[in-house]
Ligand binder design. Sequence first.
Ligand SMILES: [Zn+2]
Length: 170
Amino acid sequence: MIVLHPYLPGCREEDQAPTWRLIEQASKRWPVHDVDLSWDPLYGYGASLRALWDGDRDWLIIEHDVEATIEDIKAMEDCPELLCMASYGHSGHAAADLTSTLVVCSSLGFTRITARARQLCGDWPVPAGTSYHMLDSWLTGALAAALVTRTGRAWHAHRPVLHHHSADMV
Ligand SMILES: [Zn+2]
């Protein structure tokens, strides 16, 4: 499993600080791929994931303002499911505790996307010209649709994680 850490330099850096501390800890146990999105804040996230789509490593995405723990990462790595997510507070809504249920997932903030799930999904499913605003819903929806069709499974929920800057995000 590789940890993918998309981040935007200079964007609410006080909210990124706990995530950077987690990433530094995680880098002692897992390969970490920091994805600097400053070259294209709108489309760079999608382009970066697309470039890695056909790879044979499972992904754990940790976005730059999501704070989880090493135990949360370990639980993701050890999980037998093919798609895993943790809920978090967003747009003024508190994180829902969906632990151990199969759910609809619409955000990539702390998600495990296995190579097997990507293979079942096939080609990169996000339309050209999709900015980061809609990337989450396209990708999570396409992966879930492929998995439900082929395996009868959907996103597996782990315990909620913290999302900084969640209260006033629009
Ligand atoms: Zn899981």
